[in-house]
Structure formats: C-alpha cells, structure tokens
Design a protein around this ligand. Structure first.
Ligand code: DMJ
Length: 619
C-alpha cells in the first residue's frame, strides 16, 4: 500500500550513496550487492548438508533418492523382495544365509563404499541397512526358519501358524483397515486409543506374518502400509500405545525386511510424537493430539500425573528412531526421563506409578509390577541388553529396582506359590495381575547379568513366578487365566472378584513360557504352551476369529467380541517361537519390545568399525 511504499523510500534515503528515486544504485554498488546475495544463497544451501536428515527443510531441498540395499554375501535384499512375490511354498527370503563375517576383504569394502558414495554422497551418518545386517551375529530367521526337528513340536508349531492365518483371514475379510476385528458381529473396531490412526492389527501383524513365512498375507499388509497408512490424523492418541504398536511394529518390520517404506513411515510418525515431551520436566503426558501436538494427562490419572509404565516404555523404540534418522533428539528425550528417574528419591527403592510431569515428584505411592508399572522395569533390562550391554545406568537401575521388588513385593503363599503383590504406601495388596506375569520372562532374561552369586537365584525366581502364573491357568475351568488373581480370602492364584475373571487373549503368561523355554529347555514350558493353545481353540475360537471371554471359570463361554491386535503380535508370536528352534530371532541379536516386536541389539563398536573402514577406503 502507499504508506509502506513511502516508508521504504525513507529508509533508502537514509543509506549513504543510495538515491531513493528508482532505487538508483551505481553499477559498482549493484555488483557488490549481487555478489553478496549470491554468497549468502550458496552459504545457506551448503548449510543444509550439515542438518540432520530428519529436518524437514533438508528433505524439501535435498530430496534423497531411495538407496537400494547393498549386496551382502551371496544374496541381496533386492533379491529378497523378488522372493516376497513368489508363491508361499517357495523359499523364504531370509533363509539364504547372509555373509555375517565381519572380516570382509578390502575389495568387498571398496565395492560397497562405492555404492554408499553413489547414493549418500558425503553423508556417512546415514543408517546403512547392509552394515546393520553385517553386525548381527546370526541370520534372523535361522538356518531353516527355526523349524524344529522333532515332528510333534513341528506339528504344534504348524497349528499355531494355522491360528494366525485364521485370525488374519477373518480380520482381512471383515475388518480390513480397522484397528481390531469384532469376530462375533463380523465387523471392525476403531476405538480411540490411536488418535485416528488405523490398521493397528496390520501393523502389529507384519513381523509375525513374516517370521511365520505367511508371505501372501505379509505382502497384503505391506501394500496396505504403502497405500493406506495415513499418519496425518488429528485425533487424541495414547503416546504409549502408538509407540509400542505402531512405532515398534514398523521398526521391526523394517529391520527384518529392509523395506524402505517402513523406515520412512516410522520416521514420519516419530516426529509427530515429539511434542508430547514439551512439559516443564520433559516427562511426556499420556495423551497427544497427533495433528496439533498438544498433549495432556489422562483424566483418570491422579492430579494430572503421567504413568510410569507409559513414559517408561519409550526407550527402546526412541533409541532406534535416533539410529535410523541419525537424529539424536529421540535418544535425548528418553535419556532425560531416565536421568530424572535416576535422581529422584524412591520410597524403599521402589518406583511409584504416578509422577507429575510439572514438578517431577511422585503423586501417589502405588507400586505395581502389573498394570501401570510393568513395562518400565522390562525396558530397563532390555535397554541394557539392546545397548550390547553398554548402558550401565539401565543395568544399575534394573538390578536395584529388582532388589527393592524382592524386599518389598515378592511373597510366598501358604500353598508355596511365589507371587508379586502390589504396594500401596507400605500396605500390601495380595493380588497379582495377568499383566505382571511377564515378569517371569523378564527376570529370566536378566538373570545372567546379575551379580554371580545371584544368577541362579534369579533364574529360580523367574521359574517360580512362571509356575504361579501357570497355576492361575490350571485352576480355572477353561485353563485360561483371569485378569487378576489373589492370594487372600482363602484363594490362591484365583480371581475372587467377578470383575477380575475375564481373559482378553493376553500374552504375558505365554511370553514367560517362551523365555523360560529358551533359557532352560525344560520341556514343561512347551507342554504348558500347548495347554494354552488347546484352551484358546476350545474357548476363544469362534466362527470368524478369536475372541476374549468374560469368565475363565465357566465353560459356557460368554465372548467379548474382540480380537485384540496384541493377540496377533504377541500371543501367537510367542507361541510360535516356543515351538521353534532357538535360532529363529536369536536372543543374542534381538530384544522384543513390550508388544513383542523384535528390535536388534545395537552393536555400536561394530557399526563404528564399519564406518571407519568406509572412510579409510574413501581417503
Ligand atoms: C500389550 O499391549 C503389551 O504387552 C503391553 O505392555 C501390556 N498390555 C498388552 C497385552 O496384554
């Protein structure tokens, strides 16, 4: 407008050597000005190369060409993709052994380096799938997809695969693209846990389908991710649930298959979760709007608090987001949570379930290894294991937490059953939730890194807890366990309240069987797993899928009409692994997130060695 034009001419009038009329610069001044301008543009453009990959600006200006995976050993991931298209009876893509030798010849290094330079230019920080594969100790799918040599075990494994196919086919038929299948009414369920994100059962199933060799089904799932997984939703999501199912599911699909689509989707989603950490302490709130980034606490959480098992169950996935994006921000966010928890005063060494994201203080003194607390402890030991045993803080925090748990919560019933009670400001509630049954497996996988004099003790404790959880199953009419069982009021390992009698296809007891099998090879764990298969078939299988039941103590089933996505991601995966050889997703290379999505152990020294080799060759 006229006013602003006048203001501009006033400004120029004040500059020495500049006439306001027609901005009459002298030729030499114009030249200097243009030189300065082009210098500035070059500088800005150059600076883009130094920004981390995840910065949006960089991606707009320097759109990266997708790097086809690099040839490793006898095969390549491009070949693998071809194999995915073959009929399902044919070879499973990762069955051909990758070259896992770390001492590659110089010639190999040179040829690989050439590929890296071609596609990534100078960006040596970019995640290399080929490098990651070389740093694994074993092939992810084993010598023969973990096929057991014993025919009886193999038959059981095939049965589990059939259950997965049945659950998947019905989901596909009646609920495709929705979050869960409602098997009685034969329709889909969206719910409000994922902020408008869809396809939870698809994301949760990707890795299970893949390891079972259900390749047609896996390809359908992958295609849905490519064409229909829309991350631009605008609803209120549980940060925890989106992280463990979507972030975890996409991460493990990427690590297993090398398909770029999973990586780009998970990085896009990861960015959307970051605003949840914008609180005075950096402790995220439980609910986040994925569109606007606003976050708040659950209405039911006392005094606007955040939940231990929610903000304490981000570590594994966020560290991997940093790995893949080469952006440290994700690790910084979870390390900040860790720092605060490490520093804060803990009653009797215990971690209460509610913490204020504003003051950083505990809000209530309720401690539980079941719901609200559970996976926080799991992620401590798994962070240590996933860091190739370098994360000393996680190790220290885990073993001191376990000591406090043993001193305050672990109890023995009159009938000789070991269980984990809950703690309310010093008063024990003699109840154990189904969720707490994951702790058998957790204590088992942590046994070996405890102080030498306690290792056997931890393994025994893990076995005792798993035994108690098995008892909670055998003491019911359906041979499935209730949501919570008690050790008071005359009962032992049984639910005394009507409201605790349901079973919603949860995995925790079977999860502990799987770990205990891997650790001890005691055949009873496979037998217990088989009992669960029979019970699921008898009481939860309906015409169009699997459903939870309302009362485990009666055989006249009342179904809840819900096939939970964790049934496909956890319950059936753990059963399948239980009846497989140990070389299917070997624990030397993989840790499972709390939704049973396998994430690889990060071998920093191996990855860095490789980086150094690449650099030397380039010089
Ligand atoms: C799953 O989503 C995860 O295992 C979580 O840690 C706890 N609850 C369910 C399964 O029961």
């Amino acid at each position: 407008d006229a006013g602003s034009k006048h203001k501009v001419s006033m400004v120029f009038r004040k500059l020495p050597g500049v006439s306001a009329s027609g901005m009459g610069l002298r030729l030499s001044q114009k030249f200097v000005f243009l030189l300065f301008l082009s210098g500035l543009v070059t500088l800005c453009f150059g600076a883009l190369f130094f920004l981390p990959d995840s910065v949006r600006l960089k991606r707009i200006f320097l759109s990266k060409t997708e790097t086809p995976p690099v040839t490793v050993g006898s095969g390549s991931e491009n070949d693998a993709r071809e194999h995915l298209k073959r009929p399902k009876d044919q070879e499973h893509p990762l069955s051909r052994k990758p070259d896992l030798s770390l001492s590659r010849s110089r010639a190999e290094s040179v040829s690989e380096r050439a590929t890296v330079v071609d596609h990534h230019g100078a960006d040596t920080d970019t995640f290399s799938y080929a490098k990651f594969k070389r740093c694994l100790l074993k092939p992810p799918l084993g010598r023969d997809y973990g096929k057991p040599s014993d025919p009886n075990t193999n038959e059981r494994r095939e049965k589990v695969k059939e259950m997965m196919k049945f659950a998947w086919d019905n989901y596909k038929l009646y609920a495709w693209g929705k979050n869960e299948l409602r098997p009685l009414t034969r329709n889909g369920h969206l719910g409000n846990m994922f902020g408008g994100l869809k396809g939870a059962s698809i994301i949760d199933s990707l890795d299970t389908l893949y390891i079972m060799g259900l390749m047609d089904e896996y390809n359908d799932a992958k295609e849905w991710v490519q064409t229909s997984l829309d991350l631009n939703s605008n609803g209120e999501a549980s940060l925890f649930e989106v992280n463990i199912r979507y972030v975890g599911g996409l991460l493990s699909a990427y690590y297993l298959t090398g398909e770029e689509v999973f990586k780009s989707k998970v990085l896009e989603l990861g960015e959307k979760l970051l605003p949840a950490f914008n609180t005075p302490t950096g402790i995220p709130r439980g609910v986040i709007n994925l569109g606007s980034g606003t976050s708040w606490s659950w209405g039911w959480a006392s005094a606007g608090s955040s939940i231990l098992a929610e903000f304490g169950t981000l570590h594994l996935e966020f560290v991997h987001l940093s790995e893949l994006s080469a952006n440290p921000i994700y690790t910084e966010k979870v390390m900040n949570i860790r720092k605060l928890l490490n520093k804060i005063e803990k009653p009797h060494g215990l971690y209460p379930n509610f913490l204020s994201p504003v003051s950083g203080n505990w809000v209530q003194h309720h401690v539980s290894i079941g719901g609200l607390g559970d996976s926080f402890y799991e992620y401590l030991i798994k962070s240590f294991l996933m860091s190739d045993k370098t994360d000393g803080d996680a190790k220290k925090m885990y073993y001191s937490a376990l000591e406090a748990i043993e001193a305050n919560l672990v109890q023995k019933s009159p009938g000789g059953l070991t269980y984990m009670a809950e703690w309310r400001g010093g008063i024990l509630d003699h109840k154990m939730g189904h969720l707490a049954c994951f702790s058998g497996g957790m204590i088992g996988i942590g046994a070996d890194d405890g102080v030498p004099e306690k290792r056997q003790h931890y393994l025994d404790l893990a076995a005792e807890i798993t035994h108690t959880c098995h008892e909670s199953y055998t003491r019911s009419a359906t041979k499935l366990g209730p949501e919570a069982f008690r050790f008071d009021g005359g009962g032992e390992a049984t639910a005394t309240r009507l409201s605790d009698r349901y079973y919603i296809l949860r995995p925790e007891v079977i999860e502990s069987y799987m770990y205990m099998w891997r650790l001890t090879h005691d055949p009873k764990y496979r037998e217990w797993g088989w009992e669960a298969v029979e019970a699921l078939e008898q009481h939860c299988r309906v015409e169009a899928g699997f459903s939870g039941i309302r009362d485990v103590y009666t055989t006249t089933a009342s179904h809840d009409n819900m096939q939970q996505s964790f049934f496909l991601s956890e319950t059936l995966k753990y059963l399948y692994l239980l009846f497989s050889d140990d070389d299917l997703l070997p624990l030397e290379d993989w840790v499972f997130n709390t939704e049973a999505h396998p994430l690889p152990i990060i071998r920093k020294s191996c990855l860095q060695d490789e980086a150094t080799q690449d650099k030397t060759v380039a010089e």
